[in-house]
Every structure is written in C-alpha cells, then in structure tokens.
Design a protein around this ligand. Structure first.
Ligand code: ADP
Ligand code: TRP
Length: 321
C-alpha cells in the first residue's frame, strides 16, 4: 500500500493541521510505503514573498520531523525538487474539463470573497492530481477540506485511463472522522486564513493568551451545562488530554461548579505537555540545518526514481514518446 500526502508551506502549522493531517500521516508511515512532501509549488498560488516561502518550507520540514515523521520510514521531500510534478500537471490539464475546476472550493471561495484569483489557483487541483498520481498512491490522508481535491484526482485519473489506456492508480482519500474538522479559537474550522489558530510550536505566552481568550458564554460557573460536550475548550481538550481526563472535565462542566477559566487553564497545560517532547526535538533540529536539508535532498532522490517511472508511463500512453 502506498500512502501520499502534502502540506503547503503557507504559515505556522496548527492543531488542525496536526490532528487532521500530520498525525494520521505519521501513524500511516508504519503501515505502508509513505511519501510526504512540502507543497511549495502550491504555495505560489497565494504567497508571493520568496524569503517567506523559503522560511516556511524549512519550518514545515522542522515541524514534521519534530512531530515524528521518520525519514527512514517515509520519503520526505520538497515538491519543487521534482519537476515531474509540473510536467504531469500539464498532461493532466489537457483532459480536465474547465467545469470540473469551476466547482472547486479552492478557487470558488476566494473568488467569491473578491480575492483576485490567478490561473495557478484555478489549476491548483490539477497540480494536486499530478502530485498524487505520480507516485501510484492508494491512500491520501487529509482533512475533510481536501476531499474534493482527491475526488477531482480520481475523476482525472479515470478519464486518462479510459482515454489513453490503463496508466494511473485510482487513489482514496483517508479522513479521520473524529478529527475531520478541528475547531479554532472562534469555533469555526481552525485555519491560517481565519486567524483562529493554535500553533503546534507557538510561543508559550502567546498561546496561553489565545487559549484564555477563547470565547465562552456568560453562564455562571455553578450552573449545570447540559451541552458540555459541545464546549469548544472541551473539544480541544479531547485532542490533547488523555480520554479519562477530558471526560472528567466534561462531566464537571455538565454538573456545574467548573469555571471556564479553570477549564481553559487545563486546556493550556495539556496542550503544552502534549507537544513537550516534539518541542525538545525541534530545538535540536533547528541547531542542525544540514541534517534537515540532507533529509529533503535524499527524499527528492528517492521520490525521483518512482516519479520518473510513472511519468514515462503517462508520456508513452499519451504519445509523447
Ligand atoms: P489552512 O486551512 O490553515 O490553510 P491547509 O489548507 O494548509 O490549512 O491544510 C493542510 C492540511 O491540514 C490539510 O490536509 C487539511 O485538510 C488539514 N487541516 C487544516 N485545517 C484543519 C482543521 N481545522 N481540521 C482538520 N484538518 C485540517
Ligand atoms: N492542497 C493540500 C492542502 O492545502 C496540499 C497538497 C498539495 C496535497 N498536494 C497534495 C495534499 C497531494 C495531499 C496530496 O492542504
């Protein structure tokens, strides 16, 4: 079984990225042949600062390695180190109906908000299809917001196979329902674009402030709260605290007597402990940039062997060779 996923270097990674995509991806590296990459070509559709891209790319590499991605088990690389992605994207784009891309939220949402959309953003799902199909991936671990893109990938692959003959493996998205959408500090989906994130490796003071600032209702501490399971701090606590601890806070909130301030303090403490080991590892990695760059370079070489084989298959099938 081959597993593949990517993440854009578009800003500091947060709990939504971690629980929705990184942790499932890291767990899956034990179950098959895993390919994970930093989608720096994709980041070009919405980030236009070269120095920032360079910094974010290194940060994503550090975050992923610190959180447990093991380069001995997974192939970890930078997308733009493999130009096969862009060649395959072109080939696939010629079989992609405009109407399919017009339906994609990556482009539709921004265009609805009046953000000027570039061609790259419109064609984003085609590049993502190339990323996936280039490695004969069977499984793509992502958060729910990426499901549509994996479905587009399947449509394009099926169309190519029907038209030019069996070439691509049809992938499946893998979405963990329990963490399909991690809520942010305002209750909406946690996202860099909504300014409601809790970073994995945030500054202690800043994150404490964000967590203590999570909006709660105005009910008094002693009032019983029958809707305790829907409380935002409880939902986040379930992710970072042992299940029995989270259940205990939930029942105390339900019964009445637990103040929101105490609940949020507990959330901060559990969040901070949850990532303690990863935080230590990240400090070591920061001191060793040659190691990190070496991992990405070796990953690009390994990825290249497979990417070239599959690209050749597509070139032959479509009459380029
Ligand atoms: P953002 O919305 O912050 O820009 P990305 O779109 O870069 O995040 O997402 C990177 C990965 O993390 C994707 O697989 C996405 O599905 C997952 N992800 C992002 N936010 C969440 C969330 N709030 N809950 C679950 N998964 C998420
Ligand atoms: N579009 C994904 C995101 O924003 C990142 C990505 C690019 C990706 N290529 C991919 C994810 C291939 C999975 C597979 O989160």
């Amino acid at each position: 079984m081959r597993i593949l996923s990517g993440i854009q270097p578009s800003g500091a990674l947060h709990l939504g990225n971690y629980f929705g995509m990184m942790r499932p991806a890291i767990e899956l590296q034990e179950k098959g042949e895993a390919f994970y990459f930093i989608a720096d070509y994709h980041s070009m559709t919405s980030l236009f600062d070269a120095a920032q891209r360079r910094k974010n790319t290194l940060d994503v590499a550090l975050d992923f390695l610190a959180c447990g991605l093991d380069p001995k088990k997974s192939v970890f690389f930078r997308q733009s180190d493999r130009p096969e992605h862009t060649e395959l994207a072109w080939i696939l784009s010629t079989l992609t109906p405009m109407s399919l891309l017009e339906k994609c939220h990556s482009y539709k949402d921004k265009s609805a908000k009046g953000v000027p959309v570039n061609h790259g953003l419109f064609a984003y799902p085609v590049l993502m299809a190339a990323d996936i199909l280039l490695y004969d991936a069977n499984i793509v671990p992502v958060g729910r917001d990426q499901k549509q893109h994996v479905e587009v990938t399947r449509d394009i692959a099926i169309k190519f196979n029907e038209h030019y003959g069996q070439t691509f493996v049809i992938p499946e998205p893998k979405i963990r329902e329990e963490v399909a959408v991690v809520p942010g500090t305002d209750g909406q989906k946690m996202s860099k674009s909504y300014g409601n994130t809790i970073e994995i490796f945030g500054d202690e003071k800043a994150i404490r402030k964000k967590i203590m600032g999570i909006k709660m209702d105005s009910r008094m501490p002693e009032e019983p709260k029958p809707d305790a399971d829907k409380n935002l701090a409880i939902q986040l606590l379930r992710l970072v605290a042992p299940p029995a601890v989270a259940a205990d806070y939930e029942s105390r909130l339900r019964a009445g007597g637990l103040g929101y301030g105490d609940l949020k303090k507990a959330l901060f403490e559990h969040y901070w402990n949850y990532f303690a080991e990863a935080r230590k590892k990240r400090v070591e990695l920061v001191a060793n940039p040659d190691y990190v760059n070496g991992v990405l370079a070796a990953g690009a070489t390994k990825a290249g062997a497979l990417a070239q084989t599959v690209l050749k298959r597509a070139r032959k099938a479509s009459g380029l060779e």
